[in-house]
Write a protein that binds this ligand. Structure first.
Ligand SMILES: NC(=O)c1ccc[n+]([C@@H]2O[C@H](COP(=O)([O-])OP(=O)(O)OC[C@H]3O[C@@H](n4cnc5c(N)ncnc54)[C@H](OP(=O)(O)O)[C@@H]3O)[C@@H](O)[C@H]2O)c1
Length: 353
């Protein structure tokens, strides 16, 4: 039954990106007119979402394809922040959006969180790529192969827009950093799993020194979680309120970055944290041996995937959304050192238990 409110369906609400995105949406001035449903795996998180935040929770997973279709069909806007790589859940969501369009004439909106990882090459840490892709360069994005990381799902999303039954937007952040904060995290609904920086901090702490693949010379774009949430919020707001000039479909890629770092510099910042914590004598990263790549990354495939280039410019959100990110890469290095402290606390907690 229609409530006369704006129906929103959200995946990934209990995660790092989705949690920050949803809590910004909940702070929208018109949030009282939103009817939000979130798919959650943990019933306890669902209960808190309902009781404290007025978000209806449906317990289920991305494997529940019929449920995804039904929930997507019921929403004018879908915010997808659970998985950027799994095609069947996206196909199920799009099937629901298509049904909605065919039955009601509504053209629903999809905001899909992908990642700048679709830009990566294979330098194995040896060199910095000179290629920097702007999200305004549609030809460059069109040239990305379907087999690139995340991209098979992106193409499904963009195709739905081309077909005309949905208006779609793809947000592609570089490495997102920063400790989680805000009401959903404080209430214990959302949590941050390990991200790249926290994961390196733990691995380097165990290793007793920072490490890199090859020279660590490769470069990734980076963005703070608060700036990412702000971009998602601005896109959400504009997609609803003033979409006419907003790029969508194959022209609807929105990179999220406010700087870039070499993997060497990031790993050295973690190394500096180790030295400051008295856990290493030298901040300089050393090259991982093949045995270490197997032990730390589970093999060369993942190790080499980390030490790639993903260089981009978030020109579209700056131009079309007025996005003004605050944090720069220096903050990533500061956070990297803090992640060492967090990793140390976790290690000490484990030892004490
Ligand atoms: N973090 C980054 O640096 C970064 C950068 C670029 C792109 N991204 C993309 O952003 C998306 C979200 O990343 P994140 O860092 O927020 O990850 P995260 O903290 O692990 O959150 C993932 C969210 O998705 C939910 N989820 C995962 N698998 C699910 C399943 N099978 N069924 C139902 N729910 C499921 C999780 O639910 P539970 O709480 O039940 O686990 C959680 O709410 C990913 O697609 C990622 O590739 C992340």
């Amino acid at each position: 039954m229609s409530t006369g409110k704006l129906s929103i369906f959200c995946t990934g609400a209990t995660g790092y990106v989705g949690g920050h995105g949803l809590q910004r949406i909940l702070a929208h001035p018109l949030a009282h007119t939103f009817d939000i449903t979130a798919l959650v795996r943990n019933p306890e998180s669902g209960k808190i979402l309902e009781s404290k935040f007025g978000v209806k929770a449906v317990v289920g997973s991305l494997k529940d394809l019929d449920k995804l279709t039904e929930l997507a069909e019921g929403a004018h806007l879908v915010f997808q922040a659970a998985d950027a790589d799994d095609e069947p859940p996206m196909e199920a969501i799009l099937a629901g959006m298509k049904k909605r369009h065919e039955k009601t004439g509504d053209t629903p909106i999809l905001i899909h969180v992908s990642g700048a990882g679709f830009l990566i090459d294979d330098p194995r840490g040896e060199f910095a790529s000179p290629t920097i892709t702007s999200d305004l360069d549609i030809d460059a994005i069109d040239a990305i192969p379907r087999t690139a990381v995340h991209h098979a799902v992106d193409l499904l999303v963009a195709a739905a827009d081309t077909e005309g039954y949905a208006r779609t937007y793809i947000v592609a952040p570089g490495i997102i950093y920063g400790f989680p904060s805000g009401p959903l995290f404080e209430a214990g609904v959302a949590k941050r799993n390990m991200n790249q920086v926290s994961w390196y901090a733990e691995a380097f702490l165990a290793r007793g020194r920072a490490g890199v693949v090859g020279k660590g010379a490769c470069i990734w774009a980076d963005v703070h979680i608060d700036d990412t949430a702000e971009l998602l919020y601005l896109l959400f707001d504009k997609a609803l309120d003033d979409p006419a000039k907003l790029g969508h479909g194959r022209e609807g890629y929105y990179f999220a970055e406010n700087g870039e770092h070499s993997l060497y510099a990031l790993c050295k910042a973690i190394g500096t944290g180790l030295v400051e914590a008295g856990r290493a004598d030298d901040a300089e990263p050393t090259e991982f041996t093949a045995e270490e790549r197997a032990k730390i990354f589970g093999g060369d495939f993942i190790a080499f995937l980390h030490f790639t280039n993903a260089r981009c410019r978030a020109d579209r959100p700056r131009r079309d959304l007025g996005w003004k990110p605050v944090y720069k890469t220096e903050e990533l290095y500061r956070v990297a050192k803090k992640e060492v402290e967090a990793a140390l606390k976790k290690q000490l907690g484990r030892t004490a238990a």
